[in-house]
Design a protein around this ligand. Structure first.
Ligand code: AHM
Ligand code: MG
Length: 331
């Protein structure tokens, strides 16, 4: 019988090897416990009648699903129990949630259930999170951290039971939920690398929005689409998950040519802190790249507000650089 290494065992060794504190482990333990509860509720949700709408809208005026609410309460409960968090920012609450302002060491930004339109079909969604550390050298001002300051970011793919974790300057690792609800690392912990070779590349974007993209983006798509497979599940967590293995590029461009101008989204749709930065940070650690509509690196954008939006192009570096050239030339 071959027993796999558990996620926590992997992390313990990682922290020891790098001479790092155990506080981070306590936080990750809370995060993975929350993910397992979300997984449980999601798997059994149809039987409990919790896969529909909650009948309310959130601070971003988006329809809240019952599962969004459940997942958010679960995450917040375990973060509070961990005592490691100064404040948390969640997609579901307008303001940062203050937890342990004195003793906490970390900031966490999260989307408890990304890909809401998949919920009622039981299709893949994700719990996405990004973690930054408090200033240990001097006074902490509590400012929002840029992506390049993150120490870790991850995606739990639900209900598939796959967890992808990127650690700063270390790489990206993937864990699978086993029969005992333990996340284990399969075989040896070789970091995941996003393919730079185009044989398996895929393009991923909402094709029904295509005519609303800027002209340079539309032209770029026309020039490249026949070379690659097209895949879109409507859940960044799931779409990006494929790209880590197959390579290619996920895009959610700015919407600038909508026939009903009030529907334009010149700043894009996805949220910087807990969606774009999570994918961008994982991509960077896997050798890929991520940019916004101006061709700037996502991880260098200084956040101004908790729910700030951005356009996103993320994936294998050659493709991201190719569209960056086009976006910059048209700026
Ligand atoms: P959500 O956080 O409300 O689920 O919205 C984010 C999701 C992403 O997962 C996905 O990439 C995108 O919105 C899909 O949007 P669209 O339905 O416009 O294609
Ligand atoms: Mg989301």
């Amino acid at each position: 019988m071959k027993l796999e290494q558990s996620f926590m065992d992997f992390m313990l060794h990682h922290q020891e090897r790098h001479g790092r504190s155990y506080n981070f482990l306590v936080l990750l333990e809370a995060v993975q416990t929350a993910a397992k509860y979300i997984q449980y509720f999601y798997q059994t949700g149809s039987l409990k009648n919790v896969m529909g709408e909650a009948g309310i809208t959130n601070c971003q005026d988006e329809c809240v699903m019952k599962m969004d609410d459940i997942a958010d309460s679960i995450v917040l409960h375990y973060l509070r129990c961990s005592n490691q968090v100064i404040y948390a920012i969640t997609e579901e609450e307008p303001e940062p949630i203050r937890l342990n302002e004195e003793g906490g060491r970390y900031f966490i930004y999260y989307d408890p259930l990304d890909g809401s339109s998949n919920i009622k079909h039981n299709l893949p969604v994700g719990f996405m999170f990004a973690i930054a550390k408090r200033n240990l050298e001097g006074p902490e001002d509590g400012r929002l951290r840029t992506g390049s300051e993150l120490r870790a970011a991850g995606i739990f793919l639900i209900p598939n039971g796959v967890f992808t974790l990127a650690l700063a300057e270390t790489g990206v690792f993937r864990f699978h939920l086993d029969e005992t609800m333990t996340y284990v690392i399969h075989e040896n912990p070789t970091p995941l690398v996003m393919p730079e070779d185009s044989k398996t590349w895929e393009l991923s974007y909402n094709a029904s929005n295509r005519t609303t993209f800027s002209r340079p983006v539309q032209v770029w798509i026309e020039e490249h689409e026949s070379k690659y497979a097209f895949r879109y599940m409507g859940s960044l967590a799931a779409d990006f998950h494929r790209l880590l293995s197959n390579g290619g590029m996920f895009m959610y461009p700015a919407i600038v040519n909508h026939p009903r101008p009030e529907k334009n989204r010149p700043k894009g749709k996805l949220r910087l802190l807990y969606e774009a930065n999570v994918a961008a940070f994982i991509a960077r650690e896997a050798g890929g790249a991520a940019i916004d509509e101006a061709g700037n690196d996502i991880l260098e954008i200084a956040p101004e507000s908790p729910h700030q939006r951005t356009a996103l192009y993320v994936g294998s570096r050659p493709l991201v650089e190719s569209i960056r050239g086009r976006l910059r030339a048209s700026a």
